[in-house]
Design a protein around this ligand. Sequence first.
Ligand code: FAD
Length: 412
Amino acid sequence: MKTSTTDIAIIGAGPAGAAAAAWLASRGHRVRIVERARFPRFSIGESLLPQCMAYLAECGLLETVEAGGYQRKNGAAFCWSGSYRAIDFRDKFSPGPSTTFQVPRADFDQRLIEGARALGAEVDFATEVIDFQADAARPRLEVRDEHGVERSIEARFVLDASGYGRVLARLAKLDRPSRLDERCALFTHVEDRIDSESGFDREKILIGIHPKRSGVWFWLIPFSDGRASLGVVGSAAEIDALPGDDAERLFALIEEEPRLAELLARAAPVREIQRLRGYSADVSRLHGPGYALLGNAGEFLDPVFSSGVTVALHSAVLAAPLVERQLQGEEIDWQRQFELPLRRGVATFREFVEAWYDGRLPRIIFSEGQPARIRTMISAVLAGYAWDQANPLVSASRRRLDSLAASCTHHR
Ligand code: FAD
């Protein structure tokens, strides 16, 4: 079998893989990405968080994203049984960018990988990683192209950015069930035809809470071209109990949320309705001899706070400099320097996800008369600043969320 060599082999050309590749290639390292799909390809995960703009800049990819003509995003809005709350990221506790974009991922991911290529990374599309041998000095991937031809890639370090492919979680037996309940999402893109008189703010993601079905919520993410991403999340049992096919189920549920029903009265789907189930996942560890796991290939929580791409990019900018230092001969403590700091921010998001589903967070968001400073702390976490330990809602998330929820009177 043919064997080629590289400095860093990366599995997957999504945001995590492209960002790590761009960072490393721009510093002169030989980088080879192996990507199963041909790009552009659809992916879910279209609402970014402002924090990720800083990571894109660190990787030299911000300019290409800015040139994409995407819908600007400055916050998150929530509707629940006739009440509306908007959180504006420009008013937030943590320093850093306060706006971002809502992006069709086929185009966004294509831009990122082309940006990485322009910085010197090489990409093999339509090539799948089928096996892996861990080794502290010479880890090795076995890959197969679309014609069935197999070959090996020997690297000095391997980054797994295979997202839902979870390549090393499977091959290195790292899989661990998520602590979150299993949920299911139905989604599509629509020509939204939202009336400009409707008061709808295209610069915010709109999250709708189902008025009666506990744990069921919707997203509406407008793009710059008159289209929008639309989806619903709930337990599979609840969604499967509805009559009809998935398209009928999605639109029947939307009919039950008054604000979304009104906004989307003239919407027309432009993609097949898709279903994803059991997407929350975890691994026992994020590193091993000669490898580390980035983005969704490691832990994925839940879509509600649009944190996936931000976590993916954070993992890339944390890992890439460590890989460089290791290749330069430094001893890297991957647990202390990568896994623990990465997991700290993910834990903040997890506390928020748990508080969302058990009702504490909706209560906090919809309560009235909250001190402005508290709102800026919530805004910062929802803007992706989940690693800023100066924010009490980051450093002591659970305790603070508990006490905030306890002090809220529920107004809707
Ligand atoms: P991916 O983007 O999944 O990229 C992985 C790449 O690896 C893919 O291109 C794949 O083809 C490739 N690959 C897989 N297996 C192999 C293999 N064996 N060999 C070679 N290549 C392989 N996140 C947000 O930030 N905002 C949102 O609004 C949002 N909404 C979401 C809604 C839902 C319903 C879900 C489930 C998730 C959502 N997410 C969102 C999360 C987001 O989809 C992911 O977190 C994000 O795409 C992770 O990026 P990544 O680079 O880790 O992986």
